[in-house]
Ligand binder design. Structure first.
Ligand code: IVH
Length: 661
């Protein structure tokens, strides 16, 4: 196999894993193994730029920021749909269809609440992606769409000309995370996942889009050459086969009653889905009658949208609570007359910031309209001034921190106001709760109620004080007997042994969540290395962007942070990345397979070594294998391990793990 073929094989392999991860939601290999494949491809392409192809997985984020988007004339207009809201209207639609197609069957699909996109493939390669615009002319957003990993850059077949339509969306979780980040930065939050998706896709810098976790579902073939597709079901199957993400919840319905049953079912299940839907799209399954049925001015007569009722309710805003978060941001929270909404009772809603309160003219005592952003976070859409009695009270931004009394500050390009006193007890409390949380140091029993008392009683004045607590002190806290005090001391003690990524998460570095912390510590294995790392080195790490790199550098250049880390170190907190296991038992409970020739050990020595470290060797690879160590000229076990997605280590990596302890 020559180099060109090898590179193409590598790309195929990466594409396969992208498809499994982003489309089928069923990853075959570990992140580390995936990174390794990607790194190999990047290095080869760097050495041989003449071999780079536009459909290479490395080309998802490339190019420079645009000045502005170009326009794109759609070859087939992107129509919209008429809406219905009831069973009666659905039957009316069915009656109209029956005039031309006597026994209609339908396909019911979820109506994804995102934005419409057209994808243009030539010879099986993604050439252009354009927004719907007015249906005739859209915007060319190709470089942004290419960053969405669910969208294939290359199809299974080399279809000469294919245009498809689908929906770009932001999963609820990504939306909530994005808003949280925006809030932490003091930036603008998005009202719902659709706006967030639209805002993220319309970024002139594709690197921003790449960091936004957008995804997509494709549901329509706009144009195809050389393929005869006769029904919507066939169309969806064809799209799936070509590697497109097709929403798995669609259903073939024999008649309109089955369609209505589907609408009812998903009207209830909608809150369990990881993305927002705003209804069901009902499509006549056979294509043949479509032409006869024709189109109205803007929509086809063979499809309709069954819209779910908007989930919003009126209630009374009783009071406003002012909170100070971990980063010092002072936020208003509305206390509401409890109201049931989208499956839960809502009695509080974030008001985000005081600018927004002013803009929306929300007052205490107002009747307000509430909904759930991302289907989860209660929010006030608007106040209803026509319902005022005159007794309502305006909400003013505080001039001083409500907890420590320092002057509240507002930075020039931020909407948030902050308490800048890092010793503010409110900030300390939030930081401690975060420090002890599961993804961070995971200290069981150190929740808000305990933290509240520790700070109020002056037992903890800075984070490292946690590790100076004594059982006698804890026993004096409310609802804390000798038993729970000693349990808490043990939990605190145990937390000292957590691998480094927990500590990195716990430090609460801006933009660095648990997942990024884990990625970072795969490359940066000790706190001392973190102190020395450079921006360039950080940016080489997959998924670490400019913002994250900057924030890490800033954190480790702050003497106060370094002092705190040194204190934690002196108190015995682990500062390196390793598994949580006893000394000398690096491989406890692990099953390991060796293949190929090792350079520094004989096979027998390696086996003894593994045994001494608490592991066992096996001669064949199975799902139970924890990892495979690959020497020179590996055999079929290597292939098997890759197939099963078992972690693969080189000899050097293996020795690094066992020698670290
Ligand atoms: S079919 C002519 N299917 O809903 C066919 N649309 O109100 C038109 N949408 O603009 C579209 N999920 O952006 C179709 N499964 C789905 C959909 C879907 C969401 C959006 C689409 C369209 C709007 C129509």
């Amino acid at each position: 196999m020559d180099l060109k073929e090898y590179i193409e094989k590598l790309r195929e392999e990466i594409r396969r894993h992208d498809h499994h991860y982003y489309v089928l939601d069923n990853p075959l290999i570990s992140d580390a193994e995936y990174d390794r494949l990607m790194k190999e491809l990047k290095e080869l392409e760097e050495k041989h730029p003449e071999l780079i192809t536009p459909d290479s997985p490395t080309q998802r984020v490339g190019g420079k920021p645009l000045e502005k988007f170009g326009t794109y004339q759609h070859r087939v207009p992107l129509l919209s749909l008429d809406n219905v809201f009831s069973l009666e209207e659905l039957r009316e639609f069915d009656r109209r269809i029956k005039k031309e197609a006597p026994n209609p069957s339908y396909v019911a699909e979820l109506k994804i609440d995102g934005l419409s996109i057209a994808l243009i493939y030539e010879d099986g390669i993604l050439k252009t992606a354009a927004t719907r615009g007015d249906g005739i002319t859209g915007e060319d957003v190709t470089s942004n769409v290419k960053t969405i990993k669910a969208i294939p850059l290359r199809l299974k077949d080399k279809i000469k000309n294919l245009q498809v339509r689908g929906e770009i969306y932001m999963p609820k979780e990504a939306f909530l995370r994005l808003n949280q980040e925006q809030e932490e930065k003091g930036g603008k939050t998005f009202a719902n996942p659709r706006n967030a998706a639209a805002g993220s896709l319309r970024q002139l810098d594709p690197r921003i889009t790449a960091g936004r976790n957008l995804s997509a579902f494709i549901y329509d073939i706009l144009y195809i050459e050389g393929e005869e597709i006769k029904t919507q079901e066939e169309a969806l199957n064809f799209l799936k086969e070509q590697g497109f993400p097709v929403n798995p919840h669609y259903r073939f319905c024999q008649d309109i009653d089955e369609v209505y049953e589907y609408c009812r079912e998903y009207g209830e299940k909608r809150h369990e889905l990881p993305y927002e839907i705003d209804g069901v799209v009902v499509k006549l399954n056979p294509f043949a009658p479509r032409e006869v049925l024709g189109y109205t001015a803007k929509s086809p007569r063979w499809a309709i949208a069954f819209k779910f009722p908007a989930e919003q309710k009126e209630t009374i805003l009783k009071d406003v609570e002012i909170n100070v978060g971990r980063t010092g941001i002072i936020t208003p929270t509305a206390i509401l007359e409890p109201v049931s909404l989208a499956g839960t009772t809502v009695s509080r809603a974030s008001l985000h910031n005081f600018d927004l309160v002013k803009e929306k003219d929300i007052r205490i005592g107002d009747t307000v309209l509430v909904h759930k952003a991302g289907d989860i976070i209660p929010e006030i859409i608007a106040s209803l001034p026509e319902k005022r009695t005159g007794k309502e009270k305006k909400i003013e931004a505080p001039e001083y921190c409500p907890v420590c009394g320092s002057k509240a500050v507002q930075y020039p390009d931020e909407v948030a106001i902050r308490c800048d006193n890092i010793n503010c007890p409110a900030r300390l409390k939030e930081s401690l709760i975060f420090f002890a949380s599961r993804d961070a140091m995971d200290i069981e029993g150190m929740g808000p109620a305990v933290v509240e008392q520790l700070v109020d009683k002056g037992l903890v004045k800075s984070i490292d004080d946690i590790y100076r607590l004594k059982a006698e002190e804890l026993e004096k806290l409310e609802r804390m007997g000798p038993k729970s005090a000693s349990n808490l001391i043990k939990a605190i003690e145990d937390s000292k042994k957590r691998p480094l990524h927990h500590l990195i998460t716990a430090l609460g570095i801006r933009h660095i969540g648990a997942k990024t912390a884990k990625t970072l510590t795969r490359y940066i294995k000790s706190i001392d290395e973190f102190k020395k790392v450079t921006t360039d080195e950080l940016k080489q790490i997959p998924e670490v962007g400019d913002k994250m790199a900057e924030s890490i550098i800033l954190f480790f250049s702050e003497p106060r942070n370094i002092a705190m880390i040194e204190n934690l170190k002196a108190l015995g907190v682990n500062m390196v990345e390793e598994e949580e296991i006893g000394e000398g038992q690096a491989l406890a409970g692990k099953t390991i397979v060796l293949t190929g020739t090792l350079k520094s050990l004989t096979r027998k020595e390696a086996e003894e070594f593994i045994e001494k470290q608490g592991g066992k060797t096996s001669s064949s690879v199975s799902k139970k294998t924890d990892f495979v160590v690959v020497g020179e000229n590996p055999g079929s076990k290597y292939e098997k391990a890759r197939e099963l997605g078992i972690a693969i280590l080189t000899e050097a990596e293996f020795l690094e793990i066992v020698n670290q302890r």
